[in-house]
Design a protein around this ligand. Structure first.
Ligand SMILES: C[S@@+](CC[C@H](N)C(=O)[O-])C[C@H]1O[C@@H](n2cnc3c(N)ncnc32)[C@H](O)[C@@H]1O
Length: 213
């Protein structure tokens, strides 16, 4: 993941965005100290955006694809009401264990259920209702189009799909890798889709918001 904005401006944005609760900061530090791919965490600014979207939508049910060590899941759970529910999909039991250990230390952790296993299989096994208010896609990039097609019918009208890394370090301009081609195909799919209103944000590595019409 790269940030596409000037590093000084990126720091300024970081410093002028509300800080996360202490436990999230501890999770960020723990992941950075112990995991070589800690850069996958959404971090302070995108975490705050996710919380903001959940509050604006008055969301109660959230689906996440790609838990990793739990930063985005815990960020979103904090904004859910006490009876809110977040299902987060992860195939790697080691990172899921770290995530659960942090969720269990949070007053909001009881809202989170980790679905261990392949995300596509997990989503396909979900019942058609109740629908989700928000779905956050942040796992294997080659499957973004498939995740989108499976998730959209399970999101309520007016609900939101948020997809991370949709600029793929700028590679979408001239995709050369399977991941880059998949993200570019996903972006074209959303852009052509009459079922959603959509906007791409130049935040971090690119974030797409698609609201179901
Ligand atoms: C970019 S990281 C998610 C970062 C997370 N949202 C955060 O803020 O910390 C992507 C995660 O998706 C998981 N993943 C990749 N492919 C998957 C699949 N097919 N099913 C379930 N999880 C998958 C990876 O193991 C990885 O932990």
């Amino acid at each position: 993941m790269v940030t596409i904005v000037n590093p000084d401006l990126d720091r300024y944005i970081h410093e002028h965005t509300e800080p996360p609760p202490a436990l999230l900061e501890e999770l960020r530090e723990h992941t950075q100290a112990t995991h070589p791919r800690a850069g996958m965490q959404v971090g302070r600014v995108e975490g705050a955006l996710l919380r903001m979207l959940i509050a604006l939508l008055q969301a109660r049910r959230v689906l996440e694809i790609g838990t990793f060590t739990g930063y985005s899941a815990l960020s979103m759970a904090e904004a859910l009401p006490p009876d809110g529910e977040l299902i987060t999909c992860e195939r790697d039991p080691d990172v899921a264990r770290v995530a659960r250990s942090f969720f269990d230390r949070s007053a909001h952790g009881k809202k989170i259920r980790i679905a261990l296993g392949d995300a596509l299989a997990t989503i396909r096994a979900l019942p058609a209702s109740p629908e989700f208010d928000l779905a956050f896609i942040d796992a294997d990039k080659e499957r973004y189009p498939a995740y989108y097609e499976e998730v959209l019918p399970r999101v309520r009208r007016g609900g939101l799909i948020v997809a991370d890394n949709t600029l793929w370090s700028g590679e979408v301009l001239a995709p050369e890798t399977p991941d880059g081609r998949a993200i570019a195909a996903f972006n074209d799919l959303v852009h052509r889709d009459p079922r959603v209103a959509h906007v791409m944000l130049a935040l971090r590595d690119g974030v797409t918001l698609a609201r179901k019409l």
